[in-house]
Design a protein around this ligand. Structure first.
Ligand code: IMP
Ligand code: MG
Length: 175
């Protein structure tokens, strides 16, 4: 079995888009302090590039979650593998994630975070696959809307590999 990765979105295009998102965030949150909640592991690569271009005061925290049970069945809940270190009460929280797919994970995660009474709660994803959506999730910032393809790179993995690719690629498995 041979695995090939084809470039879908180049490193230059991804980085340019991330800078644009950061500029929008700087404008939208002007005069405020931003608290970024990065979703491990996939969101890390996007978050690091994004916050380099944030010019307002910004703090960071990390969370790791997984769906219960089989991914093809809506579990209705998520399991917290690593919770936040700090309270988000009263903060302007921006959740940073790699991709919005069915929407199940982020839907439940946003519910959970909303219960902790942040001042505001918004979502920022590098990629969006709207064709796969099962639950509607409001997204404030999206990098690229892509078709229903399995992508890797910039934090996204295939069997835990390829997260380090500096571009977004499509996995092509030849039997
Ligand atoms: P969902 O929106 O609850 O279905 O789950 C989204 C999660 O599924 C993401 O955080 C990724 O970890 C994973 N995922 C979805 N689509 C892809 C893909 O194309 N490549 C790699 N991981 C993906
Ligand atoms: Mg993920």
């Amino acid at each position: 079995m041979e695995v090939n990765v084809k470039v879908l979105i180049s490193e230059e295009d991804v980085n340019k888009k991330i800078r644009e998102i950061a500029e929008r965030i700087n404008t939208d949150y002007a005069g405020k302090e931003l608290h970024v909640v990065c979703i491990l592991k996939g969101g890390v690569f996007f978050m690091c590039e994004l916050v380099k271009h944030i010019t307002i005061p910004v703090t960071h925290d990390f969370m790791s979650v997984s769906s219960y049970g089989d991914g093809t069945i809506s579990s209705g809940r998520i399991k917290i593998l690593k919770d936040l270190d700090e309270s988000i009460e009263g903060k302007d929280v921006l959740v940073v994630e790699d991709i919005l797919d069915t929407g199940r994970t982020l839907h439940h995660l946003l519910d959970l975070l909303r219960d902790r009474k942040p001042n505001s709660l918004q979502l920022c994803t590098l990629l969006d696959k709207p064709d796969r959506r099962v639950v509607e999730v409001p997204v404030a910032y999206t990098g690229f809307t892509i078709p229903d393809l399995f992508v890797v790179g910039y934090g996204l993995d295939y069997a835990q590999q390829y997260r380090n690719l500096p571009y977004i690629g499509v996995v092509d498995v030849e039997e």
